[in-house]
Design a protein around this ligand. Structure first.
Ligand code: PBG
Length: 319
């Protein structure tokens, strides 16, 4: 059975002065917006809490002029993510668990989760150093759980060590363990303008993330990633996307005693919304069924843009 405490609500946040604090809608994700830092964000969190959703994950929309090939803005102590964390911890204290995204893509002028060398190679170890600095700066700002979504090798162990060394032994890690190189992330990349893009003359930028995200045809790699993440100290393991990868959720559930999360990603959300808007599907029943099926497959936690709405549907049913 689904309950509101299964849900983690992903939230996009912006601080664009031209928008005057207003929310900026995301065309490919009806019902979702980049939320104004001081207005829309706390409002959306209050609405979630009112329905019994106490976990959120933050995705900042970085202004273009702050993006660089190496994404240093990721660990700016006064960066948008860090300010959003501080604001939510101040307003909601222990009532809300704040998860963060650890990856360079929202800050990268190349649109990659890692640092791209001029010949197109994504540099694993150099990226991991930056991810550690990013995770520590999020922990300093008050994050409860840091979530590496970048898929570099060895980053969970390195982040655990960096957090511990900085005194953040109590901050947990939710690892994107089995994150596939999926086409279902399209609307998310619209929301953050974070898709891979061509570099300047002379630089080769890979047009996709297939060298570090997993091959959708490969299930055994998910097991190897899970073994590595457990050994490196992950507290929660995630499978992403959700519904097309139910077998992978089940695989990890049967091979680990850690909590398993599934991410019902932007493209899955957009499909349901689009069909519902046409009157072709019953949105409530289909969304709740999709979420229930991921839980049945073995997910304890569900990251979903439907979190507040789904919790409300459940609450209205008196569950
Ligand atoms: C990037 C990141 C992505 C998502 C979460 N973190 C996109 C990507 O890997 O390109 C996708 C989430 C969604 O589609 O809802 N670090």
């Amino acid at each position: 059975m689904l309950t509101p405490d299964n849900f983690i609500l992903p939230l996009f946040v912006h601080d664009d002065p031209e928008a005057g604090g207003k929310d900026i809608p995301i065309a490919s994700m009806p019902g979702c917006a980049r939320l104004g830092l001081e207005t829309g964000l706390p409002r959306a969190v209050a609405e979630a809490v009112a329905q019994g959703v106490h976990q959120v994950v933050l995705f900042p929309k970085t202004p273009e002029h702050l993006k660089t090939p190496t994404g240093e803005e990721a660990f700016n102590p006064d960066g948008l993510a860090q300010r959003a964390i501080r604001l939510l911890k101040q307003e909601f204290g222990g009532e809300v668990e704040v998860y963060t995204d650890v990856a360079l893509d929202p800050y990268s002028s190349d649109g990659h989760d890692g640092i791209v060398r001029d010949d197109g190679v994504v540099l694993n170890d150099e990226t991991v150093e930056f991810l550690c600095r990013q995770a520590v700066s999020q922990a300093e700002a008050g994050a409860d759980v840091v979530s590496p979504s970048d898929m570099m090798d060895g980053r969970v162990g390195a982040i655990r060590a960096a957090l511990d060394e900085a005194g953040h032994t109590e901050v947990s890690i939710m690892s994107y363990t089995a994150k596939y190189a999926s086409a279902f992330y399209g609307p998310f990349r619209d929301a953050l303008a974070s898709a891979p893009r061509p570099g300047e003359e002379g630089r080769v930028i890979p047009p996709n993330k297939r060298t570090y995200q997993q091959d959708p045809a490969n299930w055994r790699e998910a097991l190897r990633e899970a073994e590595a993440d457990e050994a490196e100290g992950a507290d929660i393991m995630m499978v992403k996307p959700g519904m097309p990868y139910l077998d992978i959720i089940r695989l990890l559930r049967d091979n680990s005693s850690l909590p398993i999360a599934a991410y019902h990603v932007s493209g899955e959300y957009a499909m349901l919304k689009a069909a519902a808007q046409q009157g072709w599907l019953d949105e409530r029943d289909c969304a709740l069924e999709a979420l229930l099926c991921m839980k049945r497959a073995g997910a304890d936690l569900l990251l979903t843009y439907y979190a507040t709405q789904a919790a409300q549907w459940l609450n209205d049913d008196g569950i």
